[in-house]
Design a protein around this ligand. Structure first.
Ligand code: PDD
Length: 289
């Protein structure tokens, strides 16, 4: 099957899909994106993703390329043309094509690109054993709530984590507090069984998985505390885990070479993964746990 990409109004085989070299996304990373998972052609949590896209665009003063309704239709069409059971939709909007100039162009139309591919969910083994993370300084800018395609600090951190044999980097601010991962949100369970995660705001991306997991936790009677936690707290925590659209809920069992508690996924993490699997219709989310 040849994957089909959507580029500014047209579907093309992915190898022939192109954007202009003066696209501001290419020259300035002047754009935003979303990553949405879909099961059997149906996107999950689409309204939340489209609402976040709208917020990201508004923050950068990029006009929406089309209405949310029209966007939902195009996403549906992209999924129909790429029949993959468990898929990831990548959607990117940039400010458009214009001769290079830092100032916003007056007449550029936003560029919209959509691709679909198989969801790279973690392996059963990663879920069953949990993953290792490395802590690194958070070198990003002050608006991490915008899902910007400008991801250099995230890439450098993720690469460094991989080279250290770790799945993810947990980013630590100037006060020693974990903000989030390079491409995921970060959580601990404290000695009282409370779920602790950095509050939403400009220091983190408000993850869609995060919003769902916090709802599920509250519904299950788990106390949720949205406050920053330090790296030291994380290392002494009863449990730790991370979430993202592609990682689902992934137990963290090592932080900087040190085992979290007894080094196996904790009961609250496993409970939440089961609830998430049920709610999302993705049994993989709890497989191996
Ligand atoms: N990453 N924080 C950061 C910095 C992220 O890049 C992501 C997602 C998240 C989790 O958000 P969500 O639950 O909405 O996926 C948190 C995506 C998957 C990516 O860049 O591929």
């Amino acid at each position: 099957m040849t994957r089909q990409a959507y580029v500014n109004g047209r579907f093309l085989p992915i190898g022939r899909a192109e954007v202009a070299i003066e696209d501001r996304g290419y020259q300035f990373a002047d754009g935003v994106y979303e990553v949405i998972k879909a099961v059997d052609g149906v996107p999950r949590d689409l309204e939340r993703h489209l609402a976040r896209l709208e917020r990201s665009l508004a923050a950068l003063r990029i006009p929406p390329p089309m209405s949310a309704r029209a966007l939902a239709l195009v996403i549906g069409e992209a999924l129909a043309r790429n029949p993959i059971r468990k898929a990831i939709v990548y959607l990117q909007v940039t400010r458009g094509v214009a001769p290079r100039n830092h100032l916003f162009p007056h007449d550029a139309r936003p560029s919209l690109v959509i691709t679909v591919r198989r969801a790279p969910f973690p392996s059963d083994r990663e879920r069953a054993e949990g993953v290792a993370v490395i802590s690194l300084p958070d070198q990003r800018w002050g608006r991490c709530d915008i899902k910007s395609i400008s991801l250099l600090a995230n890439l450098l951190a993720k690469q460094q984590a991989a080279e250290a044999g770790c799945r993810e980097a947990w980013l630590v601010d100037g006060e020693g507090r974990v903000t989030e991962g390079s491409a995921s949100n970060a959580y601990i369970v404290d000695s009282e069984g409370r779920l602790v995660t950095h509050p939403s705001g400009p220091r983190i991306l408000g993850g869609i998985t995060r919003s769902v997991v916090l709802e599920l936790a509250r519904e299950a009677g788990i106390e949720v505390v949205e406050r920053p936690f330090t790296l030291e707290e994380a290392k002494a925590a009863r449990e730790a885990f991370l979430t993202s659209t592609t990682s689902l809920i992934l137990p963290v069992t090592r932080i900087d070479e040190r085992a979290v508690a007894n080094g196996v996924p904790g009961s609250t993490t496993r409970h939440l993964a089961r609830l998430y699997a049920e709610r999302s219709g993705i049994p993989e989310a709890a497989a191996g746990l």
